[in-house]
Design a protein around this ligand. Structure first.
Ligand code: GLU
Length: 285
C-alpha cells in the first residue's frame, strides 16, 4: 500500500502541488500506507536540476518524508521501452511522422460532430495509421491504434468491464470505460514521443505499478487522462490503483495556478514568513 506525489521539475511547486502532496501524505498517515515521491522528469527540454532541488526543499519544509533514492523517470527509459515493446508485439502500434501542423491541417477539413479536441489535444486524424511498425525511423513517434486495442481487449463489452474507483469524495465512485468514448475523445494517443522515447501516459502507468502505488492523488484536470491509464493497465496486465482527483486550487480570479505563477510558489510563501500551518489553512486542510 502506497500513496504518491509525482511532480515534474519544470517550475517551482505552488499551492496546487502542496495540496496534492499534503492530501496524499495525510492519507498515508491516516491509513498507515507508505508515501513515495517520484520525479517525473522525462521532458528533458523542460526539466531543470534547480527545480528538482526546490521540490525536495519545499516538501521537506511542508513536513513530508519519503524513502530514498526517489524514482526519477529519466532513469527509467529501459522499463518504458519494455512496456512499449509489449504493445508493439501485440501489433497495436504504428509509427507516426506527423507534426502538430500536419495534424492541424488534416483536421481543418470539416469533421462530423466533433471539433477534434480530445483528452490529449487534437484527436489524431489517423494519417499514418496504416504504416507498418517496421517503417519506424528516428523521426517517428509511436502511436497506439485505439480501434485495434479495443478489439484486442475483447470489444465494447470487455471495455465496459474496465473500471477505476474514484475515492476522493464522501463515497467511492466506480467509473467504467467506454469504447466509443475512447475512440472519440482519446483516439490514437502517443505512446512514445520522437524526442523522448516514451510519453507521460506510458511512463506513469509503468511507474505506478513498479512502485506498487495503491492510490494516485492528482488534480481534477488529470481525470480525463485516467481512462487512458486504465486502458494501458489492461493492455500491459498491470494492476489498477484507486484514484483521488482533487479540486483545483485557483487564484483570487478563479484561474488555475500555473507553474509560471511564481508569486504563489511555496518558496514565495515561505520567504514571506508564512508557516506550514498557514499553508494548510489557505488550502482548507
Ligand atoms: N507529473 C505530473 C505533474 O507534475 C503529475 C502527474 C500525475 O500525478 O500523474 O503535473
Amino acid at each position: 500500500m502506497c500513496e504518491r506525489f509525482a511532480p515534474s521539475p519544470t517550475g517551482l511547486l505552488h499551492l496546487g502541488h502542496a495540496f496534492s502532496a499534503l492530501t496524499a501524505w495525510d492519507a498515508a498517515r491516516q491509513s498507515g500506507a507508505g508515501f513515495r515521491l517520484r520525479i517525473e522528469d522525462i521532458d528533458i527540454s523542460r526539466a531543470r536540476p534547480e527545480f528538482e532541488a526546490a521540490i525536495y526543499r519545499d516538501l521537506a519544509w511542508l513536513g513530508l518524508q519519503w524513502p530514498r533514492p526517489v524514482m526519477r523517470q529519466s532513469e527509467r527509459m529501459p522499463a518504458y521501452k519494455d512496456a512499449l515493446n509489449i504493445l508493439i508485439k501485440k501489433d497495436l502500434c504504428y509509427p507516426c511522422s506527423c507534426t502538430r501542423r500536419d495534424i492541424a491541417t488534416a483536421l481543418a477539413a470539416p469533421q462530423e460532430g466533433s471539433d477534434g479536441t480530445g483528452v490529449d489535444g487534437q484527436v489524431y486524424p489517423g494519417t499514418c495509421r496504416n504504416r507498418p511498425i517496421s517503417s519506424r525511423t528516428d523521426k517517428d513517434a509511436i502511436r497506439l491504434n485505439m480501434a485495434k486495442a479495443i478489439r484486442h481487449l475483447g470489444g465494447d463489452a470487455a471495455i465496459k468491464a474496465l473500471q477505476f474507483v474514484e475515492i476522493g469524495g464522501t463515497a467511492a465512485i466506480t467509473h467504467r470505460l467506454d469504447a466509443g468514448d475512447l475512440m472519440t475523445s482519446c483516439g490514437d494517443i502517443v505512446l512514445a514521443r520522437r524526442d523522448i522515447g516514451t510519453s507521460y501516459h506510458l511512463a506513469v502507468v509503468v511507474d505506478d505499478a513498479a512502485e506498487s502505488v495503491s492510490t494516485v492523488t492528482r488534480g481534477r484536470d488529470m481525470f480525463e487522462a485516467t481512462r487512458i491509464h486504465r486502458l494501458l493497465q489492461a493492455l500491459l496486465g498491470l494492476p489498477t490503483p484507486g484514484y483521488r482527483h482533487h479540486r483545483l486550487i485557483r487564484d483570487v480570479n478563479g484561474k488555475r495556478l500555473a507553474k509560471r505563477d511564481d508569486a504563489r510558489s511555496i518558496d514565495a510563501y515561505r520567504a514571506a514568513g508564512k508557516s506550514v500551518a498557514d499553508i494548510r489553512h489557505l488550502l482548507g486542510l
